[in-house]
Ligand binder design. Sequence first.
Ligand code: ADP
Ligand code: MG
Length: 256
Amino acid sequence: MQALLSLENITYSYHNLNGETPALSDITFHVTEGEFLAIVGPSGCGKSTLLSIIAGLLEPESGTLAFGSSSSIGYMLQHDHLFEWRTIYQNVILGLELNKALTKENIDYVLQLLNDYGLYAFKDKKPSELSGGMRQRAALIRTMAIRPGLLLLDEPFSALDFQTRMTVSVDIGNIIRNTGKTAILITHDLSEAVTLADRVLVLSGRPATVKYELPIHYDMERTSPLLIRNTNAYQTYFNLLWKELSDDLADKETKP
Ligand code: ADP
Ligand code: MG
């Protein structure tokens, strides 16, 4: 498989009046086309910084970032950022509107996505009339509308309550999988990572380095979060990641 994205020895520090905050240290990894990669790490370790570098919003201090093909990037954040004064339809076409790409073909694609993901009947409603899970699906459709080659998801489910998060994350995981999109999901939720991803990277505490990598495979379709969570494979993966993350916290507590 061809690498869609390669990061080699990426380092980044924030500079401000209080001095320097090293955020990323020597980060190297590759993402292949169609892969669903999850990245987990302690809070404040540099996960969002890493996505901002991939999105081109921040320049790395050193190291290289390379794309295998010229792919556009879709970015989805923790809060859905839907505009209350626009209907769901007007919200999901926003990216197309800004890119001056409101062609019939693209509009048909958006209507298809609304239909596939159970929002067609709600397209003329305002965001406040929808549940948290529906809003998050609308935010995903808006991101998908521009047909990005790479989806960057920064803790997109963390504002949802536990039950909604379980179903919405699996829904969204399946949407991404079924459309064959390449995706990077940042999360602090290990079960989410293990349920959704093809591979999980564990970052160390700040400055983040890649300390562990875990390929994930199940002998079944990932249709139900409960069925996946009841497998031995899930338990094994979860425990391995849990151990890696706890080691990091233990390290921190013994350091001066
Ligand atoms: P995460 O997403 O893993 O929680 P971030 O990438 O947001 O972590 O932040 C990593 C570290 O960099 C944190 O310690 C944070 O306080 C610091 N940081 C983030 N943004 C800035 C900034 N604009 N200026 C200075 N420090 C920052
Ligand atoms: Mg973050």
